[in-house]
Design a protein around this ligand. Structure first.
Ligand SMILES: Nc1ncnc2c1ncn2[C@@H]1O[C@H](COP(=O)(O)OP(=O)(O)OP(=O)(O)O)[C@@H](O)[C@H]1O
Length: 341
């Protein structure tokens, strides 16, 4: 649906040169909610703005619906943009237009007759839950309501693709949840492909099915959200994931546990399928070993379970070795020798 082939974008030249996007090859598939995550300056906005040619690539090719967009005429570009809705962190509403006027704007531009505009605007107001706000001006709305107007406006011309530039970064946690639910509904009900950028792993965890991690203009890791969460390779990805899984012990608790330790401590990683089997009790019983669950963190991601437990095994050393050898055949486990694991 959206294909980036070796795409780079460089701003400025010589000593002022900034390589905002470097050799990115990615494919966003139809029906995806594709999240791009990275720290500030990683190149996310630039990558997103390349999709509707708000920025032009320096090198490489971008295809939307299998059509290269690099060489579109002005007319073709207008048509492309009407099929790609965009929402912004700062909402970008017209302050001099009412809610109705903001949503009607792209339809007016597209030359729709008044009665059809009226029908469509009312339909969208109902979809985003703002029927009672049509005559209000943006300054009278909360952040969440402004973003709903932004979303309704972006959907007005029935796009195939919605691109979202940090759509929830300016919102409080509760409103963020509402807007993320709305994006999920748009993807589900209207079958609109969504590409979003964010610096919050929570957003990826909550609604995306695929994710790319960006650093210094490059995509450093990419894949299905479940796979990336359960097996992150890059340090930056691991840190982003830690930020939402909260699976690390505080150093105070770790030191306390170390002092009280009676056996060997392991972190055991569970994945779907394994997490609902009584493997721990079964294996420990087999070798007459005691176990003590010290810390647990099992998460739900796209209706699948995964997570880790910190467990202490107490008993004869040789039997503990047997327990570990048996468990290693089923799950991944790492001995906790410091508080990094
Ligand atoms: N129009 C521009 N002219 C010059 N440099 C730019 C321009 N736009 C972006 N950059 C630079 O490109 C790099 C990537 O910026 P970009 O905004 O794409 O990153 P980002 O990951 O979206 O960060 P943020 O979350 O802070 O917006 C940064 O170093 C930025 O300063």
């Amino acid at each position: 649906m959206i294909t980036f082939q070796h795409v780079s974008k460089t701003f400025g030249s010589n000593e002022n040169e900034v390589k905002a996007v470097q050799d990115v090859t990615l494919e966003v598939m139809k029906g995806d909610i594709f999240g791009v995550i990275g720290f500030s300056g990683a190149g996310k906005s630039t990558l997103l703005r390349l999709v509707n040619l708000l920025e032009r690539p320096t090198t490489g090719e971008i295809l939307v619906n299998e059509q290269s967009i690099n060489t579109l005429s002005q007319k073709e570009l207008r048509k492309l943009r009407s099929k790609i809705g965009m929402i912004f962190q700062s909402f970008n509403l017209f302050s001099s237009r009412t809610v109705y006027g903001n949503i009607a704007y792209p339809l007016k531009l597209a030359g729709w007759p008044k009665d059809k505009i009226d029908f469509r605007v009312k339909e969208l107001l109902a979809f985003v839950g703002l029927e009672d706000k049509e005559k209000k001006f943006p300054e009278k709305l909360s952040g969440g309501q402004k973003q709903r107007v932004g979303i309704a406006r972006a959907l007005a011309t029935s796009p195939d693709i919605l691109i979202c530039d940090e759509a929830t970064s300016a919102l409080d946690p509760e409103t963020t949840e509402e807007i993320l639910n709305l994006l999920k509904k748009i993807n589900n009900d209207y079958k609109i492909t969504i590409m979003l950028i964010t610096h919050e792993m929570h957003v990826i965890k909550k609604i995306c099915n695929r994710v790319a991690v960006m650093e210094d203009g490059r995509v450093i890791e990419e894949g299905q959200v479940f796979d990336v969460f359960t097996n992150p390779v890059q340090k930056t990805t691991q840190n982003f994931i830690r930020s939402v899984l909260n699976d690390k012990l505080s150093s105070q608790l770790y030191e306390k546990l170390k002092k009280e330790q009676r056996g060997r401590m392991f972190r055991i990683y569970f994945k779907e399928g394994v997490s609902n089997e009584p493997i721990l009790s079964r294996t420990c019983k087999k070798y007459d070993i005691d176990f003590n669950i010290i810390y647990g963190n099992i998460n739900e991601l796209q209706e699948r379970l995964f997570g880790s437990l910190i467990v202490e095994f107490i008993g004869a050393p040789a039997e503990v070795e047997n327990v570990i050898a048996d468990l290693e055949k089923i799950v991944v486990l790492k001995e906790l020798v410091n508080n990094e694991g």
